[in-house]
Write a protein that binds this ligand. Structure first.
Ligand code: NAG
Ligand code: NAG
Ligand code: NAG
Ligand code: NAG
Ligand code: NAG
Ligand code: NAG
Ligand code: NAG
Ligand code: NAG
Ligand code: NAG
Ligand code: NAG
Ligand code: NAG
Ligand code: NAG
Length: 528
C-alpha cells in the first residue's frame, strides 16, 4: 500500500519545514493572498457536514492569521503566517464533500485527506492554481465520479493516491510534465483499456498501482502486449501492480523490457494464460512475482533462474502441467515458493534442498509422485511445509525432521501414498503447531516421544494403518486442541490422560479397535 510511502515522504518534507514553524506573530495586515488561503479553508469547512473530532472548530472567520505554514489535525489551532503549504487532515471522519468552487491555495504543496468519509467527486476547479502541488492523497474515502483530467495541469505533482474510493470511467491522460513518481488508484471502479498513452508519458514513475479495478487488456481483453511494450518507457519503475482485474492475454515477451530495477510484479487474480517467457530473466532485480489464480497452462522458462534476488514466487491456482523446473532450486534468496493447486507432475526436484532460506514451501494439490527428497531437510528455515494431496510414495525421510527442527507452524503430508512408520525424528519438531499425516498408508505405532512436540495444537493421523496403543503421553501436550486418529488399527485402552487436557476441543478416535471403558470427564463429556 502506497500511503506508507507517502507518509515517509511527508515526514521527510515535514522535517525540511519545521524550522519555519517556530515563527509566531500577529499580522494585522495580512497580504491579500493570505486571505485567499483563509477563504479557501473556510469554504472547505462549510462543506464538511460532520466533524466528529472537532478538528475544524478553530477555523473561524475572525481567527487571526497566525503561526504556521502547516495545517494539520494535530495542530488545529493554527492559521497561517506565510502561505499555506501543507494541509494534512487525515483520519478525521469528516462527512461531506469537496466544494465545487474550491480552488487549492496556490502555494499548497501537500494535501492529504485520507481516511475520511468524503463523498461526491473531485471538482475540476480544484486544480485551477496547483503549480506547487506535489502530493495529493485522497485515499480511503467514498469519492466517486470521474478522475478529472484537470489533475494533469499540476506540473509538479509527484504522488497521486486515490486508493480505495469509488471512481469510475477511464484514467485520464495526465500530462504532468513528466514528474509523477507514484500513482495509486487501487480499489476503485475504473474501466477501459490499460492506459498505454498514459504510461508512455510517465518516464519517472516508480510505483504504478492499478489493481482491483475493471480495466481490460487490448483487443477485447486478449492482448497484454501493447501495455507492456509501453511500460518500457517507464525505465525507473519499481512496483507494478495489476492484480484482480480479470486481465486476459498471455504474458508477452515485452515483459523483458520492464524497468531493470523492478522489484514487485503483481499479476494475481487475472485471466492470464500460456507460458512464463524466457524474457522474464531480464527483470533481474525482481523480488516478488505473483501470478496466483490465473489460467497459466504453458511452460516456465528456465531463465527464471536468472532472478537472483527473487524472494517470493507465487504460481498457485493455475493450470501448469509440467514437471517442477529445476531452475527454482537455483534461486538463492527464495523464501516462499507456492506451486499449489496446479497439475505439476513428476518428482519433487531434490535441488529444492539448496534453498536454505526457504520459509514456506507449498506444493499441495498437484500430481507429484516419487519419494520426498531427503534433501528438503537442508531447508533449515522452513516454517510451513505442505506436500498434501499428491501421489507421493515411499517413507517419510528421517532427514526431513532432523533438518527441519525449525518448522514452526505446520507440516502437512496428508493425502499421499506414504508408507512405513512415522519417523521418531518427528519428535524433534518442538515448535510445530500442526501436524497432518492423514490419509496415507502409514503403519507401526505412535511413539510416546510425540509429547516432545510441545507446541502441537493439531494432530491428524487419521486414515492410515497405525496400530498398537495410543501412548499415555498424549495427555502431556498442553496446547492440543484437535486430535484425530480415526480410521486406523489402534487398540488397547483409551488413555485416561486425555481428559487432563483443558484445551482439547476436537477428538476423533472412531474406527479403531479400542477396548475398555471410555474415560469420563473433560473432553469425553462432550464427545460422542
Ligand atoms: C478522531 O477521533 C477518533 C475517535 O475518537 C480517534 O480514534 C482518531 O484518532 C481521531 N483522529 C485524529 C486525526 O485525531
Ligand atoms: C493563482 O494564484 C496566484 C497567486 O496566489 C494569483 O495571483 C492568481 O490570480 C491565481 N490564479 C487563479 C487562476 O486563481
Ligand atoms: C466513516 O466510514 C467508516 C468506514 O466505512 C465507518 O466505520 C465510520 O462509521 C464512518 N464515520 C462516520 C462519522 O460516518
Ligand atoms: C508544463 O510546465 C510548464 C512550465 O513548467 C507549464 O507552462 C505548462 O503548462 C505545463 N504543461 C502542462 C500540460 O501542464
Ligand atoms: C516511448 O519509448 C519509445 C521507444 O523508446 C519512444 O519511441 C517514444 O517516443 C517514447 N514515448 C514517449 C512519449 O516518450
Ligand atoms: C536502478 O537503481 C540504481 C540504484 O538505485 C540507480 O543508480 C539506477 O539509476 C537505476 N536505473 C534506472 C534505469 O533507473
Ligand atoms: C532482454 O535481455 C536481452 C539480453 O540481455 C536483450 O537482448 C533484450 O533486448 C532485453 N529485452 C527484452 C524485451 O527482452
Ligand atoms: C535465456 O537464458 C539464456 C542462457 O542464460 C540466454 O542465452 C538467453 O539470452 C536468455 N533469453 C532471454 C530472452 O533472456
Ligand atoms: C499473491 O496473491 C495471492 C492471491 O491473491 C495473495 O493471497 C497473496 O497475498 C499475494 N502476495 C503478494 C505478496 O502479493
Ligand atoms: C492454454 O489456454 C489457452 C486459453 O484457454 C488455450 O487457447 C491454449 O490452447 C492452452 N494451451 C495449452 C498448451 O493447453
Ligand atoms: C544443489 O542441489 C543438488 C542436488 O541436491 C546438488 O547436487 C548441488 O550440488 C547443489 N548445488 C549447489 C550450488 O548447492
Ligand atoms: C492438509 O492438507 C489437506 C489437503 O490439502 C487439507 O484438507 C488439510 O486441511 C490440511 N491440514 C492442515 C492442518 O492444514
Amino acid at each position: 500500500m502506497v500511503f506508507t510511502k507517502t507518509m515517509l515522504f511527508l515526514l521527510f518534507q515535514h522535517f525540511a519545514i519545521t524550522s519555519c514553524n517556530a515563527v509566531v506573530g500577529h499580522h494585522h495586515h495580512p497580504h491579500h493572498s493570505l486571505l485567499t488561503d483563509k477563504a479557501a479553508l473556510l469554504e472547505f469547512k462549510k462543506a464538511i457536514t460532520d466533524d466528529p473530532n472537532s478538528t475544524l472548530a478553530n477555523w473561524q472567520e475572525d481567527t487571526e492569521v497566525a503561526t504556521s505554514r502547516v495545517l494539520a489535525a494535530k495542530t488545529n489551532s493554527v492559521f497561517i503566517i506565510g502561505r499555506l503549504r501543507y494541509l494534512l487532515l487525515e483520519g478525521n471522519n469528516f462527512l461531506g464533500s469537496i466544494p465545487d468552487s474550491l480552488i487549492l491555495p496556490s502555494k499548497l504543496t501537500v494535501l492529504t485527506l485520507l481516511q475520511n468519509n468524503l463523498t461526491g467527486g473531485i471538482p475540476p476547479a480544484l486544480f485551477s492554481n496547483c503549480s506547487m502541488l506535489r502530493v495529493l492523497d485522497l485515499s480511503n474515502n467514498f469519492l466517486s465520479g470521474k478522475i478529472p483530467k484537470e489533475i494533469g495541469s499540476c506540473p509538479n505533482l509527484w504522488t497521486i493516491n486515490l486508493y480505495d474510493n469509488q471512481f469510475t470511467g477511464e484514467l485520464p491522460l495526465f500530462l504532468t510534465n513528466n514528474s509523477l513518481i507514484n500513482l495509486d488508484v487501487e480499489f476503485n471502479l475504473l474501466s477501459g483499456e490499460l492506459p498505454v498513452k498514459l504510461v508512455e508519458n510517465l518516464p519517472a514513475i516508480l510505483y504504478l498501482h492499478l489493481s482491483n479495478n475493471n480495466m481490460v487488456s487490448h483487443d477485447g481483453n486478449t492482448n497484454l502486449n501493447p501495455f507492456f511494450t509501453a511500460l518500457a518507457n517507464c525505465t525507473e519503475l519499481l512496483e507494478l501492480e495489476l492484480a484482480s482485474m480479470g486481465l486476459g492475454g498471455m504474458l508477452p515477451t515485452s515483459i523483458g523490457g520492464l524497468g531493470v530495477n523492478l522489484t514487485n510484479l503483481l499479476l494475481q487474480e487475472n485471466r492470464i494464460f500460456g507460458s512464463v517467457p524466457s524474457n522474464i530473466g531480464n527483470i533481474s532485480m525482481l523480488v516478488v512475482l505473483n501470478l496466483t489464480s490465473n489460467l497459466m497452462n504453458g511452460t516456465i522458462s528456465a531463465n527464471i533462474s536468472q532472478l537472483s534476488h527473487l524472494e517470493q514466487l507465487f504460481l498457485s491456482h493455475n493450470s501448469f502441467t509440467s514437471a517442477i523446473p529445476e531452475a527454482f532450486g537455483q534461486l538463492p534468496h527464495l523464501g516462499l515458493l507456492d506451486l499449489s493447486h496446479n497439475s505439476f507432475f513428476g518428482d519433487i526436484p531434490s535441488n529444492l534442498g539448496n534453498l536454505t532460506r526457504l520459509n514456506y514451501l507449498f506444493l499441495s494439490n498437484n500430481l507429484l509422485s516419487g519419494k520426498i527428497p531427503p534433501t528438503l531437510g537442508h531447508c533449515i528455515e522452513l516454517y510451513k511445509l505442505d506436500l498434501s494431496h499428491n501421489r507421493l510414495t515411499g517413507t517419510i525421510p528421517p532427514e526431513l525432521s532432523s533438518g527441519l527442527s525449525e518448522i514452526r507452524l505446520f507440516i502437512n503430508l496428508s493425502h499421499n501414498q506414504l508408507e512405513g512408520s512415522i519417523p521418531i525424528e518427528l519428535s524433534k519438531l518442538e515448535d510445530v503447531q500442526e501436524m497432518d499425516l492423514s490419509s496415507n498408508n502409514l503403519s507401526g505405532s505412535i511413539f510416546p516421544q510425540i509429547s516432545s512436540c510441545i507446541a502441537l495444537t493439531m494432530i491428524n493421523f487419521s486414515h492410515n494403518t497405525l496400530e498398537g496403543n495410543l501412548p499415555d503421553s498424549i495427555g502431556e501436550l498442553k496446547n492440543l486442541v484437535s486430535f484425530d486418529v480415526s480410521d486406523n488399527h489402534l487398540s488397547g485402552r483409551i488413555p485416561l490422560s486425555l481428559n487432563k487436557s483443558g484445551t482439547l476441543s476436537y477428538l476423533n478416535l472412531s474406527s479403531n479397535d479400542f477396548k475398555g471403558m471410555i474415560p469420563s470427564g473433560s473432553i469425553f463429556e462432550s464427545v460422542s
